[in-house]
Design a protein around this ligand. Structure first.
Ligand SMILES: [Zn+2]
Length: 142
């Protein structure tokens, strides 16, 4: 899904929560920012795989790959393990719970987006499963 769609949906979602549950501006902002910035892992993935720091190149490469996937991708911030880590950090600072809400919203939108296109297989949502399968079938995964 394109970043602009996540920005629009994240803004609507965080505004609704702000309005419905009388959240503070900080809490709503954390939800909104997390719902967008979770995709920063795509840029990190591109840097690691392509050894290229260009944000524009990362955007164009991943946009093309999303339309025509060849192998499943593992995006670290989108994994269930990373969501659990953020939930655990919520016990140290309450703000992480709002970050988790934004991340979970984003992940649900991604799942619906890929599910609707019968492309759910292009993502690996578990870091542990990815590491096991990548070791077993190195050519099957990016
Ligand atoms: Zn995403």
């Amino acid at each position: 899904m394109l970043p602009r769609h996540h920005i629009i949906l994240g803004a609507i979602f965080s505004f609704l929560l702000f309005w419905l549950f009388s959240l503070t501006l900080l809490q709503a902002s954390l939800i909104f920012l997390a719902s967008i910035l979770i995709d920063f892992d795509h840029y990190l993935w591109h840097i690691q795989k392509k050894k290229d720091l260009s944000l524009r190149n990362a955007y164009l490469f991943l946009k093309k790959l999303d339309k025509n996937p060849t192998k499943p991708l593992m995006m670290l911030f989108h994994t269930i393990e990373f969501h659990i880590l953020i939930a655990l950090l919520g016990f140290l600072w309450m703000g992480f719970f709002y970050i988790l809400i934004g991340m979970a919203f984003h992940s649900i939108i991604d799942l619906l987006y890929f599910g609707k296109r019968n492309m759910i297989y292009i993502r690996e949502f578990s870091l542990i499963r990815y590491l096991i399968l990548k070791k077993k079938y190195p050519k099957k995964y990016f």
